[in-house]
Design a protein around this ligand. Structure first.
Ligand code: NDP
Length: 483
């Protein structure tokens, strides 16, 4: 029996009513640990204490806040190897990606450490005589953060860092599939010079503790990343209290490969975008829209490339594609393979469960051919190592197909034609557009988010994050009042 990892509530590590077990998806015999599940009473206490702590934190000089964020970021980067290994062990992404994610999480903290010192307001003269105006951003208050398992440390970091930077308190409910990474990040935050209760970790299931968090009138804002149905439920619950929300959800990202594309580049970009992170990315290229003139040559190389990818244990240095995260996710993926076939798509490779020396959720990357954009495999987010080829006759048809979706997170084009790339950049209806790059892979200092059912509310990351994590106050000062 391993020691149970605890929740961090109102400045103390506390046991829960129950525990969950966390196992390595690359090797189900590897028990990562047991993790406490917060009770409703613990959540309520954490919210009450966060309200007091937030007022203290917001009153600190900016340099004190900056030092805290800098220290968290520096430690994450210094421990990227160790914490990346833990992340890969529990989530299943290859070790290089796990380490890279922890390092990137550190960069979010150091970026927002610097942003602490760049919080400038505006001043104005009034339209009335003798009055001055001061416009400044104030913290929104207590922020509930609900994060997913696919980027357990980075997603949490890009929400927690700006929340703290702009003077808020945080209640963090991580995904129950990746609690070890959540505890590791919390241990770092808990050691900092912060008011007791400013930051709480409330592990528990989404349906119970997550739902209660969202419905609580003590929470001023909720930032969520996950599925569309849960996002929709959060929006409906939050509006009852007029809680501010920011939702990052699914997508059905398309990469357009034009007839003038560099074929090697196109295949590399498509493979990375479709299968990186086992396809479990909201930015994954799950539709490959290919000009007919290059279609056969592209498909031949893409399928060969997919078949050559090494699927295996996340901690094996030779592994390029780790396991999918859970039995539920694997079952859904295999259901999509069956669905695609029943819709008339041809599976050119992969799409099957794989046996490896350890028992895990391994799946061969799959490529569907002869698909239409009306098929469900091209309309629904699969979150799987699966991609579908759509053959088109022209650039205009490619662009129309890219935009024919209810989602709108990322899209990309591979072309050597500057005019076409520019047209695509201006006309693709997504929040992120890439040219000769995978649809996945973004920077931390610029806005991130989508359109349609992919996102709702203000953008995340970069300076744009202040829109969600602050509220604007406009002050009128009658400077000429006699003493
Ligand atoms: P969910 O949307 O269920 O989970 C995301 C987060 O929300 C988790 O922390 C989860 O907690 C929590 N949650 C679940 N239900 C509620 C609720 N009623 N109220 C508040 N919080 C809740 O995604 P899944 O992990 O189940 O994955 C299912 C699908 O969602 C994937 O196949 C993929 O399509 C999509 N997804 C998209 C992501 C993205 O990056 N856009 C990330 C993850 C998933 P817990 O898991 O502990 O129950």
């Amino acid at each position: 029996m391993t020691e149970t990892k605890l929740n961090y509530i109102a400045g103390h590590w506390v046991a829960g009513d129950t525990d969950i077990e966390n196992r390595n998806p690359s090797d189900l015999s590897d028990l990562i640990g047991h993790f406490a599940q917060a009770s409703a009473a613990q959540l309520d206490e954490a919210i009450a204490r966060a309200q007091e702590a937030q007022r203290i934190w917001a009153g600190y000089g900016l340099e004190r806040r900056q030092s805290v964020l800098q220290a968290i970021g520096t430690e994450l980067m210094a421990r990227a190897e160790e914490l990346g290994r833990l992340l890969s062990r529990e989530e299943g992404k290859p070790l290089a990606e796990g380490k890279g994610e922890v390092f990137r999480a550190g960069q979010f903290f150091t970026y927002y450490a610097a942003e602490c010192l760049r919080q400038l307001g505006e001043t104005a003269d009034s339209v009335r005589d003798g009055i001055e105006i001061d416009v400044r951003r104030e913290p929104v208050g207590v922020v509930g953060i609900i994060s997913p398992w696919n980027f357990p440390t980075a997603t949490a970091a890009w929400k927690i860092a700006p929340a703290l930077c702009y003077g808020n308190a945080v209640l963090w409910k991580p995904a129950n599939l990746t609690p070890a990474s959540a505890v590791a990040l919390t241990e770092i935050i808990a050691r900092q010079d912060i008011p007791e209760g400013l930051f709480s970790l409330v592990m528990g299931s989404g349906r119970t503790i997550g739902q209660r968090l969202v419905e609580s009138p003590g929470i001023n804002a909720v930032s969520f990343t996950g599925s569309v149905p849960v996002g929709r439920g959060i929006a409906a619950a939050a509006v009852q209290n007029f809680t501010k929300i920011q939702l990052e959800m699914g997508s059905k990202n398309a990469l357009a490969v034009m007839e003038d594309a560099d074929l090697d580049l196109a295949v590399t970009v498509a493979l990375g975008g479709a299968f990186g992170g086992t396809g479990q990315k909201c930015t994954a290229s799950s539709r490959l829209i290919v000009h007919h003139a290059i279609h056969d040559a592209f498909v031949e190389r893409l399928v060969a490339g997919a078949q050559a990818l090494q699927v295996g244990h996340a901690l094996d240095p030779a592994t390029q594609i780790g396991p999918v995260v859970s039995q539920t996710q694997l079952d859904e993926n295999l259901d999509y393979v069956a669905l695609g076939r029943s819709e008339g798509a041809e599976l050119a490779c992969g799409g099957t469960r794989l046996d490896r020396p350890t028992e895990g959720y391994f799946m061969a990357p799959g490529v569907f051919l002869n698909t239409t954009n009306a098929m469900r495999i091209n309309r629904e987010e699969m979150f799987a190592p699966l991609t579908a080829i759509l053959k088109v006759g022209s650039y205009d048809e490619a662009l129309a197909t890219v935009n024919d979706t209810v989602f709108g997170l990322t899209s990309g084009i591979v072309t050597r034609d500057l005019a076409r790339a520019t047209h695509f950049r201006r006309n693709a209806r997504t929040g992120v557009v890439t040219v000769n790059l995978p649809t996945a892979g973004t920077d931390y200092h610029v806005p991130f988010g989508g359109r349609g059912q992919s996102s709702y509310g203000p953008r995340e990351q970069g300076k744009a994050a202040d829109e969600f994590y602050t509220t604007v106050k406009t002050a009128y000062i009658a400077a000429g009042v006699p003493a």
